[in-house]
Design a protein around this ligand. Sequence first.
Ligand code: SF4
Length: 363
Amino acid sequence: MFPAQALISWFKKNSRAFPWRNRRGVYGVWISEVMLQQTQASRVIPFYKKWMQRFPSLNSLAQARDEEALLYFEGLGYYKRFHGIMKTARLLSGKSFPKQAELLNKLPGVGKYTAAAIASLVFKQRVAVIDGNVARVLSRYFAIESSCAEIAKDSKTEALVESILPKREYAVFSEALIELGAVVCKKQQPSCNACPLALSCAAWLSKRVERYPLVLGRAQKKVFSTIGIIEKDNQFLLLKRENKTRLTDMWEFPILEHHKQGLSKQAIAKGLREQIGEQIAIEELNLLLTRKLFSFSHSYTSFKAYVEVWASDVKLSHEKLSKKKSYRLAKNARYVRKKALLKKPFGAAAARVREYLLAKAST
Ligand code: SF4
């Protein structure tokens, strides 16, 4: 029999103190659960605190401008989550959250796990709550020959979790199982000696903990990009990402994605030209991009980006450029002063460039 009581007792003594555990209101639990997706709790804490200070209720959030709210999410990554939050806030403004997991699951950006977590933690519904941590604990405890992703989406897992839910305190049990996966039954070096499930854990008893969960190898895709810092009259050219699959509504320096590393200056200028404004002449861009400043890489879940950053040694002015009749900016492009860079929400690559520019300004 699954040692549910031992797990609950362990959790009551060892659960970590998080700001979202202080208040069990549906709004706070929803925001924290969305922020915690694919993100470590320690990283979420400062974002959650600032968010709740600025947007303490569903209605205050529903009335906020997207661009301002996005600033409070900047740096957390997976920005689809942000757009889901805003859509749900506006949909539910002036109404209540539904209580059942199936109905919560229909809200924008509320996946099966988040819906189950809210239904369980806030509305005390008896539902199976399965995230990556739970899938890992199950894979080891029951020695399941599958990967975490397969276990989490397998409908049999739901039945398995329902079968081990205790008659009482099932919400505490669900939270305890997630916590155990996060702090004891970790991905690397699980602390089996301190685990309340050890006495009946199949992987531990058979000394095959390292085997579970199965890991399905997948090579990380490489993406190459070139960013152009275009500066005129001490202002920087930014573009708003509109209608994109990733980082929608965030701002960035003009960026070109390509398949090979080390594009020629001509190719960079040609590619960036299309984004900055149809009419901008290639010769002008050649003047604007004369020097490679630095390069860096950044890992995302499904790919690794290798980024080169180019800038200019030539000082150009609006006045000089505007005299050229070929010059016209794209609708989503703006020149922004250095100080105002912090008022725009940026993705990881653009934020790295902004950090460079701001550090340069202070030296
Ligand atoms: S005994 Fe080890 S492998 Fe088994 S559930 Fe506990 S931490 Fe995980």
